[in-house]
Ligand binder design. Sequence first.
Ligand SMILES: *Cc1c(COP(=O)(O)O)cnc(C)c1O
Length: 460
Amino acid sequence: MNYFSTRNSRIDKTFDQIIIEGLSADGGLFMPKSWPKINLNNLIDNKGLTYADLASTILINFVGDTISKSELDIISKESFKNFSHKDVAPLVEISKGKYILELFHGPTYAFKDYPLQIVGNLFQYFLAKNNKKITVIGATSGDTGSAAIEACKDKENIKVFILHPFKKTSEIQRKQMTTVESNNVHNIAINGTFDDCQKIVKDLFVSEDINKITSLSAINSINWARIISQTVYFYWAFLQSKDFNSKINFIVPTGNFGNVYAAHVAGITGLPIRKLYVSTNENDIMHRTLKYGDMSLKKVKSTISPSMDIQISSNFERQLFESLNCDSDKLKDLMTEFYKNKKYIIKDKLLKNLRDIYESESFKDEEIIKTIQYFYEKYNYISDPHTATSLNTLKKIDNKDINVSLACAHPAKFPDSIIKAININVKRPEKLNKILNMKEKYIKLDNNIESVKSFIIENL
Ligand SMILES: *Cc1c(COP(=O)(O)O)cnc(C)c1O
């Protein structure tokens, strides 16, 4: 099992290389050179299979000989031991054939915990084995930062620096990051916006001063290890439904296209998926692309589902590469034109290929609020605004398949929208209550790369 890049299919890398590198040096994303087949019947027959067992059973197909099954078993078990639900990712049936897959029972109450807990442990494993150290740097407007911090805290070979815009994240989101007590974690509040933070991070990645003293890494969804760690819960949903003779559809709230591509990987490797439904908020580039072939950039709009406020969906490049029969030259031409003109029109065979796999819809904030209301009144189910983008589609779907909508964050993380929709104060999980009174640790720095650079160098 080796890997090439979406922008250069001539390279050949192993799993331990691509997880540490994250992004390929040519700017492309790493992809497997062939697809493994996962034996679904073996999974169905294995009655005592836990979520952690399933994770290592799936991942072993993608790692070549870089790590053994027994080591992967240990990592997988360790990764999910602090999840608060016994099923890890419970499948909630709301009516016949319609389900919600809850992915908010991890340490930060959002789905990114599911991949990042594994990725953090895999990072540490490969770094220790190769006697390497890395520095993880990231910018966050909220959820990604805390999931990355929880995944990397106390890991000996990793240092973490997370930038957030001062006073521009919610109090809960900030405290989820700043109350983590760990010597390798550094929170930096920047006197500026999220875009300022992101700009500083991008500049740090190409800064010679930093790169000559440490290796930088990002743990965002471009990392292939994240995608395959997410593939696990699509299989898990099918196994929990117990309806082994039916086909399954997934409805996925989408930003960076990581989650829905992980679902597609489940389909390629053996899960009987009929259709994947991509839901977006008003930042609808993926919806326009999949429905009309209109891949054109618009300005990012702030919505009540902020983790989906994205215009460039990085992981879509993986799907395009696959649909172009892994022709990296064609893909490179397409991306070059897209970045140059801020627009690319997808046509004919390529569009048909995409539409065979995906359907899509986009929803305005008002519709999302209405959906939260509807699901509370009809099913007594409280969903967060990201989750609600998909529930709209789940509501309308009418077929004999298994239909699973993904719940990506705990509703208590978005109290304002819930109050607006149903006038209820969602009960906070105990751990979220606790951090509200805990001591915070972060440093406030000026909005320029020099101040951040000095701070990082002092603390490496
Ligand atoms: C990250 C995130 C998303 C978007 O997922 P992608 O994999 O980027 O498409 C949706 N909802 C929540 C709550 C998230 O944190």
